[in-house]
Design a protein around this ligand. Structure first.
Ligand SMILES: [Zn+2]
Length: 144
């Protein structure tokens, strides 16, 4: 995997938080690396009704579909009031959304003992017992 492209994806996520929310310390965003090398970012608005909230990843995941590109890697960061950028692994719903990309898509998780450091894992490593594997074995194709 292109280490520079992965680092650039994390930087783009961080840059979005810094540029969009310069005066609001506790914010988050997501970024994905697409198959053509493009990086798309996204963040969730504060909807009046909290039950309508969406994950930061949703905007870049939809952009990947709009652009007809495969997602290679996905990262979500949350800036704390102290200015630390925590790495948030994708929630259960986003893992399901990413599963459409196959088991090899990379996801950023927090490194051991340092939640501000990115560790890249494949989605298969995050979901070792993913339900669709039962069908994948039968079809001899990974997760589809
Ligand atoms: Zn999510």
């Amino acid at each position: 995997m292109d280490e520079k492209a992965l680092n650039d994806t994390v930087s783009a996520c961080r840059t979005l938080i810094e540029s969009r929310f310069p005066d609001d310390p506790e914010r988050g965003a997501a970024a994905v690396l697409l198959g053509d090398g493009t990086i798309v970012t996204g963040t969730s608005p504060d909807f009046n009704n909290p039950s309508t909230a969406v994950c930061h990843e949703l905007e870049p995941y939809c952009a990947a579909f709009r652009l007809g590109q495969k997602i290679i890697a996905s990262v979500c960061l949350h800036r704390t009031p102290e200015g630390k950028f925590l790495v948030l692994s994708p929630c259960g719903v986003c893992r399901e959304r990413l599963a459409d990309q196959g088991p090899d898509v990379l996801v950023a998780v927090a490194a051991d003992r340092d939640p501000t450091r990115v560790r890249w894992l494949t989605l298969a490593e995050l979901l070792p017992h993913y339900w669709l594997t039962a069908f994948a074995e039968e079809a001899a194709t990974p997760w589809v």
